[in-house]
Design a binder for this molecule. Structure first.
Ligand SMILES: Cc1ncc(COP(=O)(O)O)c(C=O)c1O
Length: 383
């Protein structure tokens, strides 16, 4: 019988190293400025992703010609062939990051190379071409610099950066694309907590599955999100804000709509523990998740684990009053306390220490202090 390796096709499973890869160069960027700048909105009451800045970045690729030179040009519509593979087969991926303006008026990004690495991993899975992440980040830096007046002067608002990568093959064959478009748009966003309600309610049910082993749940591909909207609407019909995605027969807790999930509790062994599900292929490797793990491991105040958690674990811990807090983490909200989980017809009320004393609010402060420049950190990237 043939060995596994003899049977496996010769497909590279890991990210190809971006250093050895043919890439565009940020130094080649052609800049065409718009004639008239648009008026800027008030940073209060901005609804997410509805207002865009004056410019955008575009970089085209083809299998024949490789990468073209990056272009920064006035914000405008794209022109796509109607057979474009992104439109038909969801050959598409994106990233989400933010630029923050500190009191010192300097504009900062937060650990942006992690977004570049995640984007390259998603691109590899989508059979889209690779590029040098540091060169792309430098192109993004230039774009943000050109539109820097759009970075809100507020420590509860920021400029959302949306890098997007599309397969633009202009034929209907289901195959690796021979043309692609990498682009970046910018959108000023207000506070995630504009409602003043910092607790989120979750609907936990196994009827709909976000991701599965061997799938694309650990990549930031548009298809993962489009396919989740139906369940999100059902959650809302049940009076919950978001879906808590469960997995497997044992109802493993995975993650929330656009957040990773943390449970701060006294575990089965009586230990104080901050736990989050492991990155086993079905969870998006969040940059906020990683930062929370890095920070709390550095504090060394309690056990920090990447481990499986099931709904049975959560229910037993609630029953025995071992749950301290539960929160979601992500670029949009930073950290968001989970107040209620609707599971099997029961509303599970999740406790939280008083605002100010909670781990959720401590992490919110630690992370936003770095993002807005109150705390110096080597996680900061200056624009
Ligand atoms: C499915 C999913 N999980 C988790 C996250 C949190 O990731 P990050 O902390 O990088 O924003 C996001 C947000 O991008 C997400 O879409």
């Amino acid at each position: 019988m043939a060995s596994d390796s003899a049977r496996s096709p010769q497909v590279q499973d890991e990210n190809p190293s971006c250093n050895s890869v043919a890439s565009f160069k940020s130094a080649d960027t052609a800049v065409q400025l718009c004639e008239r700048r648009k008026p800027k909105p008030e940073s209060e009451n901005l609804s997410f992703g509805t207002v865009f800045t004056d410019h955008m970045l575009l970089i085209e690729w083809s299998s024949e010609g490789g990468w073209e030179k990056p272009r920064i040009q006035p914000f405008g519509n794209l022109s796509l062939h109607p057979a474009c593979s992104a439109l038909h087969y969801a050959v598409q991926l994106f990233e989400g990051m933010k630029a923050y303006r500190g009191q010192d008026d300097r504009v900062r990004l937060f650990r942006p190379m992690l977004n570049m690495d995640r984007m390259l991993k998603s691109a590899h899975r989508a059979c889209l071409p690779s590029f040098d992440g540091a060169e792309f980040l430098e192109c993004i830096r230039k774009l943000v610099e050109i539109d820097q007046d759009w970075v809100p002067r507020s420590d509860s608002a920021s400029l959302y950066i949306r890098p997007t990568f599309l397969g633009t093959e202009s034929s209907l064959g289901v195959k690796k694309t021979s043309k692609a478009l990498l682009f970046v748009i910018l959108s000023p966003v207000g506070s995630y907590f504009s409602t003043g309600n910092k607790s989120v309610s979750l609907w936990a049910d196994t009827k709909y599955i976000r991701a599965w082993k061997g799938g694309t749940g650990d990549c930031k591909m548009g298809g993962n999100y489009g396919a989740s909207i139906f369940a999100q609407n059902v959650a809302m019909e049940f009076g919950c804000q978001q879906v808590l995605w469960l997995y497997g027969e044992d109802h493993q807790i995975t993650e929330v709509g656009t957040m990773n999930l943390f449970l701060y509790w006294i575990n089965e062994k009586g230990e104080e523990e901050l736990a989050t599900p492991p990155l086993d292929g079905i969870i998006l490797p969040g940059i906020t998740r990683r930062s929370i793990l890095d920070l709390t491991r550095k504090w060394g105040e309690f056990k920090v684990s990447e481990r499986y958690l099931t709904m049975a674990d959560l229910c037993a811990a609630l029953e025995e009053k071992r749950v301290k807090e539960m929160f979601g983490s992500g670029t949009a909200c930073v950290v968001s306390h989970v107040g209620r989980v609707l599971y099997q017809g029961q509303n599970l009320q999740i406790p939280c220490a008083d605002a100010g004393n909670s781990l959720t609010s401590r992490l919110l402060k630690e992370l936003t202090d770095i993002q807005y420049g109150w705390t110096e950190s080597d996680w900061t990237f200056f624009v």
